[in-house]
Design a protein around this ligand. Structure first.
Ligand SMILES: Nc1ncnc2c1ncn2[C@@H]1O[C@H](COP(=O)(O)OP(=O)(O)OP(=O)(O)O)[C@@H](O)[C@H]1O
Length: 339
């Protein structure tokens, strides 16, 4: 099988005019142009197979949106090759736009004053969706989410969650082979996030749609992605299946402990423990409400050793030992703390 998305040695530079301060600087700028070059994407190569859901992650300013913009045809790469379903996106923007779906965070592609069903009908005409495909898709949607109550509601009267849901439905309506979702669950509550996760998983399963997802929300990654690609400062630093990622960090455990006593005593004890543990455990020690949470690598310091030590400080009311969360794994990769 051939990849549906193929990025080979892709670079994107932005050239920004340097501005000097003060009157002298402004006069200098009038006559001499100097530039700063920002390397937003640095030699990225990624192959995505049809039907994959890939989490494209990285800290702020890493270059995620710039990559997505190249994959959607909004930006032309400075060098390298971007191919999506055999199309060079920036060279064939109209054809490409017919074949993909896009959701960019809180920006809606729906018609603000129109009821949702009217927006869908316009999209049906724009994308030249046949009656049969349209009916089929609407039936499929109705079987997985409760959208009928939204059909006659103008988008401007919708809650953020209803609007996001509608936007995602709109992006998948023409049954595109690839959908790009940029921060699709930003600002949503847990129950709406879960509805959206179910929807994306159902469409991916049923229609084999390839999904590229950028997000800062780890619940999106846990619910949707089997593979994550992480970039930082424009460079790819990780490309792994989520299972092997967890195996890689299998020696990490999070120990959570709640001490006996009232809230004030616990707060004081937690503060003391944070101070003491940080002296001999390099990993993360944090206070989470009544609990103290310690991330440790069993190879260096076992969870039992830590628990024994905590018991010498004060009696323990409750405790949990957890495998490392995806969030902690990703944080550790961002910090380039890979063993
Ligand atoms: N049009 C532009 N002109 C100049 N610099 C830009 C432009 N777009 C992005 N950049 C710069 O390129 C780098 C990567 O930005 P990008 O928006 O791709 O990051 P990101 O990973 O999507 O970040 P975030 O998670 O904050 O959305 C940043 O340093 C940014 O300032």
């Amino acid at each position: 099988m051939k990849p549906i998305i193929s990025l080979n040695n892709v670079n994107k530079e932005f050239k920004l005019v340097k501005r000097h301060e003060g009157l002298k600087g402004s006069i200098h700028d009038l006559f001499t142009r100097e530039y700063n070059i920002i390397q937003a994407v640095n030699n990225i190569s990624i192959q995505v197979m049809p039907g994959e859901i890939v989490g494209y992650l990285g800290p702020n300013g890493a270059g995620k949106s710039t990559t997505i913009k190249m994959m959607t045809g909004v930006l032309e790469p400075t060098s390298g090759e971007v191919l999506v379903d055999n199309i060079i996106p920036y060279k064939n923007r109209t054809l490409h736009a017919q074949k993909i779906g896009v959701v960019f965070g809180q920006r809606t592609q729906l018609w603000w004053s129109l009821p949702l069903i009217e927006s869908f009908k316009i999209l049906k005409d724009i994308y030249q969706i046949s009656n049969a495909t349209y009916q089929d898709m609407m039936k499929f949607y109705e079987s997985i989410v409760d959208i009928e109550p939204l059909y006659h509601k103008p988008v401007r009267q919708m809650s953020l969650g209803q609007r996001t849901l509608s936007d995602i439905l709109a992006a998948f309506l023409h049954n595109p082979k690839v959908v790009f979702l940029d921060e699709p669950t930003i600002g949503l509550d847990v129950s709406m996030k879960s509805k959206i996760h179910d929807l994306i998983n159902a469409v991916n399963r049923e229609k084999e749609t390839t999904v590229i997802l950028t997000t800062h929300d780890i619940s999106d990654v846990d619910a949707l992605c089997k593979r994550i690609v992480i970039i930082d400062k424009g460079k790819m630093i990780y490309d792994e299946g989520i299972d092997s990622l967890k195996k890689h960090f299998g020696a990490y455990r999070t120990i959570k402990v709640k001490f006996e006593g009232d809230n004030n005593l616990r707060l004081e004890l937690n503060r003391q423990v944070v101070k003491k543990l940080q002296e001999f455990i390099s990993d993360k020690v944090t206070i989470e409400e009544d609990w103290i949470s310690i991330l440790t690598n069993e190879k260096d310091k076992s969870a039992m050793d830590i628990l024994n030590y905590l018991q010498t400080i004060h009696s323990i009311n409750d405790m949990q030992i957890l495998d490392i969360s995806t969030e902690s794994v990703i944080k550790k990769i961002y910090e380039e703390d890979i063993d």
